[in-house]
Design a protein. Structure first.
Length: 526
């Protein structure tokens, strides 16, 4: 075995050799194959997940020689490469970097055509690769229970510490200023209940914050009882979500009501604060005109209505997506209830469940709606949700796309990504993992969710962990980590982890007599 390391001085000496040898005709050869860390690569290809000290093996069609001149034709944007040729296999060149490469960085390697390696290389060869992450622990190991507490508490702090100072509602995302979000705030109401039960805040603190919120909601701008997607956290005025979406958003309203009804069931004491919470929630709940959103008595509910653009958004709420809660609450309303026919023809009239859809479909409506044993004529919701999560997980584990997915790195749902915002799924995959996807799936796949949580914290924590827990998302292949937090992603972490832990919000929400009546009216059984 002969190891050769090239230096500038050696290169100059080699170039000064006699012209007689330079004029000799060299035998023609070509590159037969290239592997890196045992993985075959093609000319012009790109691979990811490569170790920080890779072994690159190049096989030529005939015997070669290696010297500083030969190695100089290798184009590599990293540290010095070292080359070895085994005498019995003189057609095989083994290359290794002189020092470990940087994690999550892209490198390119090219072999130039022409006279080198003692042959006349007919064609060049090039490829690129991205190194893997540093797999060492970034934080000291703690018990699984301590880690569970730490992650859940950090996400809760988004709703408690970063809430809007006037309304108490959740800001849409980190840095959104006055903009508060209706659906994310509904999840935040449920998070406050978790915070009380976990001892992170006192019951009195939680009740006072809840009272601030429901008072604000009562004075905020509404449209036939429904709130908009976004509001100004100080004035309560609508903030347009898009050009024509400047009025009621029935889906966001349903997520808010989901949280309000949970609060009504939780704050049951007879003191003035908790009594006012319950009475205000009752008023807010009963003022939502669910049947208005049938747009003239149609057998389907509509997502939006605007005083300026009327029904121009023209979006039916049909399955399957995150909006089952809309139909459950619409049927449960004591003042404006829809009929079962609207549920059957509207929600389920085009039922086409796709297990490759984003994971938030099994989270948002099921923050309060307990899927355990829940059935109707269309589905067993526990089995359906578990299969949905399993499909997402197995897709990630078996993916050959080179995104860095594994049994510890999985979870595709709606989140920020390196080009903006996207609803990631097995059917729409950009290599972006959102921690909320796996963490909110604890009830469905606890062992796999725990493995993901440990990976996110210990392995990626130096880039992924921030003041409110895990940042929204990351894409290993792109070497990209978000620095954002989004309310509607933070909420499911707190609430669904608690539902796995104690069933708290499931038990509270499913005690509501209006909800139980509505479920029965739609044909649900438990």
């Amino acid at each position: 075995m002969k190891r050769l390391i090239f230096f500038a001085a050696v290169l100059l000496a080699a170039l000064s050799c006699g012209t007689e040898k330079q004029q000799e005709a060299l035998p023609r050869a070509m590159v037969l194959s290239v592997t890196i860390d045992g993985r075959p690569v093609l000319d012009g290809s790109s691979v990811s997940g490569i170790s920080l000290s890779p072994r690159i093996v190049v096989e030529f069609s005939r015997e070669i020689t290696v010297d500083a001149v030969s190695l100089a034709v290798l184009a590599f944007n990293g540290p010095e490469l070292r080359g070895e040729v085994d005498a019995p296999e003189a057609s095989v060149l083994v290359l290794t970097p002189s020092e470990p490469l940087s994690p999550l960085r892209k490198y390119g390697l090219g072999i130039t055509a022409g006279e080198s390696f003692g042959v006349d290389l007919v064609e060049g060869f090039s490829f690129s690769f991205t190194t893997t992450y540093d797999t060492s622990d970034k934080f000291p190991r703690i018990s699984d229970e301590e880690l569970f507490d730490k992650v859940q508490r950090a996400a809760f702090d988004y709703f408690w510490d970063y809430a809007h100072p006037v309304s108490g509602l959740a800001r849409e995302r980190l840095g959104s200023g006055e903009t508060v979000t209706t659906g994310g705030s509904g999840f935040g109401l449920m998070a406050i209940i978790v915070g009380i039960e976990r001892g992170w805040i006192s019951r009195e603190e939680g009740a006072q914050r809840m009272l601030t919120i429901v008072r604000f909601l009562q004075g905020a701008e509404r449209f036939h009882g429904a709130w908009p997607h976004w509001m100004d956290g100080t004035t309560g005025k609508v903030k347009a979500f898009s050009t024509k979406d400047d009025g009621a958003d029935l889906v966001e309203t349903a997520f808010m009501v989901e949280g309000l009804l949970a609060a009504r069931q939780y704050f049951t004491r007879t003191d003035a604060v908790e009594t006012e919470i319950r009475s205000t929630v009752k008023t807010l709940w009963e003022e939502v005109e669910w049947t208005w959103f049938q747009q003239g008595g149609q057998k389907v509910l509509y997502w939006h209505w605007s005083p300026t653009y009327d029904w121009q958004m023209n979006m039916h709420i049909r399955s399957w997506n995150e909006a089952l809660m809309v139909y459950v609450l619409a049927a449960s309303s004591p003042t404006y209830p829809i009929t079962k026919e609207v549920y059957d023809k509207g929600w389920n009239g085009t039922n086409s469940y796709n297990f490759k859809d984003p994971l938030f479909f099994v989270h948002y409506s099921f923050m309060g709606l307990d899927p355990r044993g829940l059935k109707d004529s269309y589905a067993d919701y526990w089995e359906q949700n578990c299969r949905h999560v399993r499909t997402n997980y197995e897709y990630c584990v078996n993916s050959k796309a080179g995104y860095g997915y594994s049994a510890e790195c999985w979870g595709l749902t709606a989140s920020d990504y390196y080009k903006g915002y996207i609803a990631s799924s097995p059917a729409n995959d950009t290599g972006t993992v959102a921690p909320t996807a796996a963490l909110a799936s604890f009830p469905y796949m606890p062992e796999e969710a725990m493995a993901a949580m440990k990976f996110f914290y210990y392995t990626l924590g130096d880039k992924l962990w921030g003041p409110y827990g895990f940042y929204d998302s990351f894409a290993l292949k792109e070497r990209w980590f978000a620095t954002s937090y989004i309310a509607i992603d933070q909420g499911p972490i707190v609430v669904m982890m608690e539902n796995y832990r104690s069933g708290l919000l499931w038990d509270i929400f499913m005690r509501d007599e209006d909800v139980l009546r509505g479920l029965a009216a739609l044909g649900f059984t438990r």
